[in-house]
Write a protein that binds this ligand. Structure first.
Ligand code: GCO
Ligand code: MG
Length: 403
């Protein structure tokens, strides 16, 4: 079997997605992968189209590991978000082909099910504590057992995940990043109070947690992790910048709040020290940004003996193929923790069908061969790329702050 063509399709059904479609010389056999990097979509599309696709033509798509090694190690330039996202798109499409050819869903190729479904979480945000409480209740009524809670911080302007959610629909070409003003002091005062309120009103059973989005210094993160201890968070997500790996030690020394890190890591080498030193409890890389299933399953295997569980990144800014890959891996590996999920709008389902199904607080793997996803290329053409950015963050004095 040979790869005959690699199509790179950029489409914006509400937000931008980059899809890799790998065609083979077996009639009707192709695979689809996701290579979406929020706000840098065209950089990945160009890397794929101009640089990587030509290297794939004529190769045997069955040889996934060899192709992965060839692209990562054999072409000199390696790593980083753009190239690892491009590689993930290729990798997912190749696994999809392998599954379709075998007539088996991906989880079966990965060793078979260790569980029936993947416990998942969703987001709840609000302008004040009562609004967050109502939002969490709404999610609980839909069956969710784990909920991420974010609240607007008095004195800070705009809060990502609350007031600055997805400003992408209807964006115009001239759109520039929205600006959020962020100060640590009110943030650090507010978050423990939010969880005190939620525990008081919602009880102990629902699992709650919070995403810091890498914004704290090590000592601030240690303070926050310690102050939320009485409220038993499921985990504190991404408390530190990805560069501050060794500083997780300091957070650990001060708190038993479980820690999750990794949506900005781009390789297993970044994951290694935080796993082998047991500085985190959950590794939450983004399969679409870390080189795909081939790399993610190795990370899971490294994490297993250290008691670190997975919590793969699963936001709306990666395509259904990655969400499907997440769940196939979740149900196959022994050290699965939790899965982030979104409900894709109908327009995304029309263009990119096959996202995993939600039922009873869990995601269920697609039983079709491969990833079980597809792209409707005709529908995709109706939604051309629109430039969009994530918001940026500055301190009150105007200086740039970590995202
Ligand atoms: C998450 C993430 C998102 C990111 C987004 C950036 O945990 O889902 O932190 O909220 O901000 O994926 O592209
Ligand atoms: Mg996050």
């Amino acid at each position: 079997m040979k790869i005959t063509e690699v199509r790179v399709i950029v489409t914006c059904p509400g937000r931008n997605y980059v899809v890799v479609k790998i065609m083979t010389d077996e009639p009707g056999l192709y695979g689809v992968g996701d290579a979406t990097l929020n706000g840098r979509e065209l950089a990945v599309a160009e890397a794929l189209e101009k640089h990587l696709a030509p290297l794939l033509i004529g190769r045997d798509p069955e040889r996934i590991e060899d192709i992965w090694q060839y692209i990562f190690r054999g072409t000199y330039w390696r790593g980083g978000p753009v190239l690892m996202t491009a590689l993930a798109g290729i990798d997912l499409a190749l696994w999809d082909i392998k599954g379709k050819r075998a007539g088996l869903p991906l989880y079966s190729l990965l060793g078979g099910k260790t569980r029936e479904c993947a416990l998942c979480y969703t987001h709840a945000g609000g302008k004040d504590f009562v609004a967050v409480e109502d939002a969490v209740r709404g999610k609980m009524e839909r069956g969710f057992k784990v909920v991420r809670a974010q609240v607007a911080v008095p004195g800070n302007r705009g809060t990502y995940g609350v007031e600055m959610q997805d400003p992408r629909v209807g964006v115009v070409e001239e759109a520039l990043p929205a600006l959020e003003i962020w100060e640590p002091a009110p943030y650090l005062r507010t978050i423990p109070r939010l969880f005190a309120h939620l525990r008081d009103k919602l009880g102990d059973e629902v699992e709650l947690f919070h995403d810091v989005h890498e914004r704290l210094t090590p000592i601030q993160a240690a303070r926050l992790a310690r102050e939320v201890e009485p409220f038993h968070l499921f985990f504190l997500e991404d408390p530190l910048r990805p560069e501050h790996k060794e500083s997780l030690r300091l957070v650990r020394q001060h708190s038993v709040t479980p820690l999750a890190m990794g949506e900005l890591y781009h390789s297993r080498y970044e994951c290694l020290p935080v796993i082998t030193e047991q500085l985190i409890d959950f590794i939450r890389c983004d399969i679409a940004h870390i080189g795909g299933i081939t790399e993610a399953r190795k990370i899971a295997a490294i994490a297993e003996p250290y008691g670190v569980l997975t919590a793969w990144h699963g936001p709306g800014d990666i395509a259904p193929m990655t969400h499907s890959a997440n769940v196939h891996l979740d149900v196959a590996i022994p050290n699965f923790g939790v899965q982030e999920m979104v409900f894709f709008p109908e327009v995304v389902q029309e263009v990119l069908p096959g996202a995993p199904a939600y039922r009873d607080g869990a995601l269920w793997p697609n039983e079709a061969p491969g990833l079980g996803c597809d792209i409707n290329e005709e529908a995709a053409k109706k939604y051309p790329y629109q430039r969009a950015y994530l918001p940026t963050v500055r301190r009150a004095d105007g200086s740039v702050h970590d995202w």
